[in-house]
Write a protein that binds this ligand. Structure first.
Ligand SMILES: [Zn+2]
Length: 360
């Protein structure tokens, strides 16, 4: 009888952790210029920060942000990333660039291009084509959609059909802020069990959408969108970072304390269960081995033990991290090249006119 991977784990080991919602393109955002005005709502956070940043991205920036994000994931014991990408001025080839960058570091990735009508019907068409091309050429992914509130009904239906055609789900932000409250009705007839429904803060408990809800506690707090209270949903719940790194032990701790703030009866086991859903989404990660700097990798220990580090990692049975250093790439080189690309990105942002038109 085959030995299950979990049974073979020592007390200082876990499988590879999974980030169920990332934006690798945001790895270069740190240190960027302040937005041209102070956001006063979640929609303004998008308009003044993220929708400016994504318009400034080119393929070189995408490549090095993905390598830096993958490196930092690996260093945190995260071996598998489910990414959601948008770069409206550099759509074609962007998913391949991300997939190759992660493969070089040795981290698994699932890609999606976030389709949106924010840049007109041609922009939506290019996003759909990028998903289609990537999946048709054998890439691992889902069809990405930014969010229902930035898409026409026609675009939503086309994206859902494309996903069905490829036998995959849709990866979409849902009800993150109040502007997306109509999402439930608009997606009701489209969603399937392999959809990733990201955030769900403003979803009613009995929303009826199918798929896995991805909870991003740090991002939700950072954007002041409120608590999604994911324990109320009957859907499976997974954990993501929404682009703020890929340190999943840290995200798990945050998920716990945020749950505890709302309900003193919340347990570390509940939050660990959400983290464990990542292994349903990325089953190979369960066979990866992470050896940690701490002896008792038990949820009740972990929530109260900060600064635990990954020491050694085997991915597909081969070393990817040894003594805290990546085995397949030069970490110093990635950091230096990423810093160069960050400088290019930040100067493009500093030069970007404001207000900037929605169409590139
Ligand atoms: Zn997101």
């Amino acid at each position: 009888m085959a030995v299950s991977p979990v049974a073979a784990l020592a007390s200082n080991q876990t499988p590879g952790l999974v980030c169920a919602h990332h934006h690798l393109y945001s790895a270069l955002a740190r240190g960027m210029p302040a937005p041209p005005a102070d956001p006063t709502s979640f929609l303004e956070v998008l308009e003044l920060v993220w929708w400016r940043l994504d318009q400034a991205l080119d393929l070189d920036m995408i490549e090095w942000s993905a390598k830096l994000g993958a490196l930092e994931a690996l260093e945190a014991g995260t071996t598998s990333i489910i990414d959601h990408h948008e770069s409206p001025r550099s759509i074609e080839g962007s998913l391949d660039t991300i997939a190759r960058a992660c493969a070089e570091v040795g981290v698994r990735v699932e890609c999606a291009y976030g389709v949106t009508d924010r840049h007109g019907p041609e922009g939506a068409q290019s996003g759909l084509a990028e998903n289609d091309d990537f999946l048709s050429s054998g890439g691992r992914g889902r069809v990405g959609v930014h969010a229902a509130f930035t898409c026409s009904d026609e675009t939503l239906a086309t994206a859902a059909d494309l996903a069905l055609e490829h036998g995959v789900g849709v990866h979409i932000h849902v009800a993150e802020g109040p502007d997306d409250r109509e999402a439930v009705q608009r997606l009701a007839e489209l969603s399937t069990d392999d959809w990733l429904i990201v955030h769900g803060v403003n979803l009613p408990s009995d929303h009826g959408l199918r798929g896995t809800i991805v909870h991003n506690p740090r991002s939700n707090m950072n954007n002041s969108v409120g608590y999604s209270a994911p324990a109320r949903f009957s859907n499976p719940v997974a954990l993501g970072t929404d682009g703020i790194g890929a340190d999943m032990l840290e995200e798990f701790r945050l998920a716990f304390v945020r749950a505890r703030e709302a309900d003193l009866a919340a347990t570390p086991d509940d939050s660990w269960g959400w983290l464990s859903t990542g292994w349903d989404l990325f089953p190979e990660a369960a066979t990866d081995r992470v050896t940690w700097s701490y002896e008792d990798m038990d949820p009740w220990h972990l929530v109260y033990t900060p600064t635990i580090g990954a020491v050694d990692i085997d991915i597909d049975g081969e070393p990817a991290l040894a003594d805290g250093r990546p085995t397949r790439v030069d970490a110093d080189e990635i950091r230096a090249k990423a810093r160069e690309q960050a400088r290019r990105l930040h100067s493009a942002l500093a030069d970007m006119p404001y207000p900037v038109g929605a169409r590139p």
